[in-house]
Design a protein around this ligand. Structure first.
Ligand code: SAM
Length: 217
């Protein structure tokens, strides 16, 4: 295996020195910084927002969230201890560490999580999930009614980058519909041969009318 392939293999769960290097690459890469920036912009955060990021990596998006959410809540989850440490160091350097809770663990940590969020998001994490439906269902359960789930995906730049993106985006949309998200829509972040797209789904607000409709379904 080439050194490059060994580093790429780290992106799903970075560990050890190669994992730390993969984290530094994520933090430095221009396209990654841009898609993190844009995804946070799409969330339209308010000072009181309640935000959860799954697979926060080195914390690029969390640090932007923390600069916008001053009285709400920002939580980042990652199963890699190396990534949690890099995210913590970034947040400390930026003086916003006290505004973010970092959790080291897998998405199962969210089962019966005691609080809800109005924004739940992930960036280049979905491709590592073998059970995509289970992933979106877990996020659905942590969302408050009316809350948004945002999933940004950008394939690696290779010969069939845009075909890979098309397949993944279609799969995300199908999974969101199957779980019960509404107003599912795509927002293009980067065009070209390896397009970055953010898919947004909304957890509907439970009203008397739609609760009755759901019962009848
Ligand atoms: C390619 S990196 C992206 C990091 C960050 N979102 C970014 O865009 O810079 C994927 C991250 O998701 C984490 N991850 C993947 N699957 C996960 C899961 N099921 N639970 C928690 N973290 C996960 C990995 O450890 C890694 O830090």
């Amino acid at each position: 295996m080439s050194v490059k392939s060994k580093i790429v293999a780290q992106f799903g769960n970075p560990s050890g020195p190669l994992g730390a290097l993969a984290g530094r690459i994520m933090a430095a890469r221009k396209s990654n910084r841009f898609r993190n920036e844009k995804t946070v912009e799409i969330m339209d955060l308010r000072p009181h927002s309640q935000v959860l990021e799954i697979g926060c990596g080195p914390g690029l998006a969390l640090s932007r969230c923390a600069s916008l959410v001053t009285s709400g809540r920002v939580v980042g989850l990652d199963h890699s201890g190396v990534m949690i440490r890099q995210a913590r160091n970034r947040l400390r350097r930026q003086g916003v560490a006290d505004r973010v809770d970092l959790l080291e663990g897998r998405i199962d940590l969210l089962t019966a999580w005691p609080e809800t969020f109005d924004r739940v998001f992930s960036l280049n994490v979905i491709q590592f999930q073998s059970d995509k439906l289970g992933f979106f269902r877990a996020l659905f359960d942590t969302l408050a009614p009316g809350g948004l789930c945002l999933t940004t995906y950008q394939p690696r730049l290779d010969a069939d980058g845009s075909a890979t993106a098309r397949r993944m985006i279609a799969g995300i949309e199908d999974a969101l519909h199957a779980v019960g998200y509404e107003n599912v829509r795509e927002i293009k972040i980067i065009g070209g041969a390896a397009p970055a797209t953010c898919v947004v789904g909304k957890k509907m607000i439970l009203t008397k009318a739609n609760a009755q409709q759901a019962k009848g379904d």
